[in-house]
Design a protein around this ligand. Structure first.
Ligand SMILES: Nc1ncnc2c1ncn2[C@@H]1O[C@H](COP(=O)(O)OP(=O)(O)O)[C@@H](O)[C@H]1O
Ligand SMILES: Cc1cn([C@H]2C[C@H](O)[C@@H](COP(=O)(O)OP(=O)(O)O)O2)c(=O)[nH]c1=O
Length: 212
């Protein structure tokens, strides 16, 4: 049972990483591959599709700094309680596109002190697997330029470089908090290969009996 009240079951996989590293593309294809392999999968995102999540997602120009940090954290806890826990309790594999690591990076880019972010996220469940996708910052920025930026956090090569540095730091910090991290560089690795690797890791986790 986690601090946030999760009953064990299922497998909780989070996918974070730099803008343009391939979170959405990888999550989509991973979901498909796992379903084809016969698993019961629930794919979701943070911010969530609920009311609070929509405000956060569409409001990154209005809400900044500490306010945005609190907004995404509130959505995170509500999402855990109302969607992620029930899906895990039903034995599903939950794939969540963005989670706590994103707050460690994006909120710090937004000037929020690390201690505040750590405290705010301290009661969020530890995932069974926390995937961090990275990429060469220039490659990530070029991908974003082709795809189109989704927010002020996707603002060119300089921002991608800051993001890359902050993800490196975040990986070390979350490892200290006991997160089972898997960092994958997508610069030269096609999504298909990333998905193959993740599918086999998740299959191993899905085969584990729940702890007593
Ligand atoms: N492993 C990869 N190799 C090459 N291009 C990729 C890879 N993953 C994603 N892309 C491309 O990069 C762009 C951004 O991917 P996306 O999934 O939207 O990233 P994110 O959700 O991390 O911002 C898309 O055009 C996508 O097709
Ligand atoms: C999950 C998360 C999102 N956000 C904000 C910033 C993101 O740009 C925004 C939307 O997430 P994002 O994944 O970038 O949206 P999209 O699916 O359109 O690419 O939410 C945070 O500030 N902190 C967080 O921890």
């Amino acid at each position: 049972m986690s601090a946030a009240g999760r009953v064990r079951g299922g497998v909780f996989v989070t996918i974070d990483g730099m803008g343009g590293a391939g979170k959405s593309t990888t999550t989509r294809q991973l979901r498909q591959r796992l379903i084809e392999a016969g698993y019961d999968v629930h794919a979701t995102t943070q911010p969530s599709q609920d009311q609070l999540g929509r405000i956060a997602r569409k409001g990154t120009d209005t809400y900044t700094g500490h306010a945005l940090a609190c907004l995404v954290a509130a959505d995170r806890y509500h999402h855990l309680a109302t969607q992620i826990h029930p899906q895990l309790a039903a034995g599903r594999i939950v794939l969540c596109d963005r989670y706590v690591a994103s707050s460690y990076v994006l909120q710090r880019l937004d000037g929020v002190p690390l201690q505040f972010i750590e405290n705010l996220n301290a009661a969020a469940d530890r995932p069974d697997l926390a995937v961090i996708l990275t990429a060469d910052p220039d490659v990530a920025a070029t991908r974003i330029a082709h795809r189109g930026a989704h927010s002020r956090f996707e603002a060119g090569p300089q921002t991608s470089r800051q993001e890359a540095d902050l993800y490196r730091d975040t990986i070390a910090r979350l490892a200290d908090h006991g997160y089972p991290l898997l960092s994958l560089d997508t610069t030269h690795t096609p999504t298909d290969q990333i998905v193959t690797l993740l599918t086999s890791r998740i299959a191993q986790l899905a085969a584990l009996p729940p702890p007593q």
